[in-house]
Ligand binder design. Structure first.
Ligand code: UD1
Length: 366
């Protein structure tokens, strides 16, 4: 009997929100004898707190290759990943490349692969904010049009793709790999001393994250946002792990303003999961956190005008508040008065998305 030919995949991660998505995928691929996965880190995020801590927390093996592209303008970063990825794919000639999410590394890889005729699997396809002012929206549109497999997390994803003319047979509603990771790690996070270390009582604080250009790149908007957040902080303490992009923006735009919030360095995955789980509510402009709070049943106020993840509003605990102080104040008040939406867990956010994805790839590439 001749052995079956191995299926060779290049799996790509670049920035913090990618790492929790590739962890369950890579584990599933490694567990199946048929696959030979190769992990490539583009190096878009490179600070230990933005990268290494996640590999460690999530038990992701050392990348087979680290491109070390680092920071730069969108054009520079995308171009560098494109150049480097072309070399990697030409040398490796994999059966397919797997990309996740919507960061610059995702779009650059899809472009390099599709020009070389390497099929692209996009995990978390079809999400749309309908706001082309967001760099991620451009990345999503381009990646999806180039992809051969489009793995979606929620019904809106499939509907958006069909409207854009993507053939139905390329679209697979598999659920959410980020939630695979959350479910696999929730118990471990529950054992950490995160709250003790930060001097917090369960349910007695709010957690904040902020990094979107629309919130942090314009001085007046950023200052007004901090004004209202500091007001909320006087009522319930706000813990704020600060993204490097935001730290730089505060220094550049707000001079020596000392925030009255409880700031920390960026936290690792497990500490942040613990912080979210025990928060009275979360304030954020992140995409993934809207999904994680929905599964945790923690109210989430999203500091954006739109979301590409509408299921978190229709079924989950998410409310869009933009950056209008009156709306933020009113929605915080509702939560403190016990009127937060309780929500339910969206379909197929059950911890088995990675297995569904790998089933499809094995069927199609085997
Ligand atoms: C990127 C993603 C965004 C994601 C976010 C999460 C794109 C277009 N955006 O945005 O979708 O939600 O990551 O973090 O890909 N920096 C460091 N150390 C690092 C990484 C970044 O100091 O490890 C600083 C650099 O000054 C950099 C800035 O943060 O210029 C922004 O980083 P960048 O990767 O460009 O984009 P993010 O805003 O983090």
């Amino acid at each position: 009997m001749t052995a079956l030919r191995p299926i060779r995949l290049v799996v790509v991660a670049g920035a913090r929100p990618n790492f929790m998505k590739i962890a369950p995928l890579f584990r599933e691929l490694k567990a199946r004898a048929r696959f030979e996965p190769c992990l490539v880190h583009t190096g878009q995020h490179y600070d230990p707190a933005m990268s290494d801590a996640f590999f460690r927390d999530l038990g992701i093996p050392e990348p087979d290759l680290n491109m070390g592209v680092g920071s730069g303008s969108h054009g520079a970063m995308t171009a560098q990943v494109l150049l480097e990825m072309e070399k990697v794919l030409e040398a490796q000639r994999p059966d397919a490349v797997v990309v996740v999410g919507d960061v610059n590394s995702t779009v650059a890889t899809s472009l390099a692969a599709s020009k070389l005729g390497v099929p692209v699997a996009h995990v978390e396809a079809g999400l749309r904010s309908f706001d082309r002012g967001m760099p991620e929206e451009i990345n999503r549109l381009v990646t999806d049009v180039l992809s051969n497999w489009l793995f979606t997390t929620e019904p809106s994803g499939g509907a958006n793709l069909l409207r854009e003319g993507i053939p139905e047979e390329k679209i697979h509603f598999v659920g959410n790999v980020m939630i695979d990771t959350l479910k696999a790690n929730r118990a471990r996070a529950g054992e950490l001393d995160t709250l003790e270390r930060l001097g917090l009582a369960s349910g007695g604080y709010a957690a904040l994250t902020l990094h979107r250009p629309s919130n942090v790149d314009e001085p007046e908007r950023l200052a007004a946002l901090f004004d209202v957040l500091e007001e909320v902080h006087r009522e319930i303490p706000i813990v704020f792990p600060v993204h490097p992009r935001t730290r730089a923006a505060i220094g550049r735009l707000l001079g020596d303003r000392q925030l009255a919030l409880r700031t920390t360095e960026p936290l690792g995955y497990l500490d942040f999961l613990r912080l979210m789980s025990d928060a009275r509510f979360v304030l954020t402009d992140s995409g993934g956190i809207q999904e994680e709070t929905t599964v945790l049943g923690v109210p989430c106020l999203t500091l954006r005008e739109n979301t590409e993840r509408p299921v978190t509003i229709h079924q989950g605990t998410n409310t869009l508040v933009g950056n209008d102080p009156a709306t933020i104040r009113a929605e915080v008040r509702k939560i403190l008065d016990g009127e937060a939406p309780s929500g339910r867990i969206p379909e197929r956010w059950d911890g088995h998305a990675a297995a569904r994805i790998v089933d499809v790839l094995e069927r199609d590439l085997g």
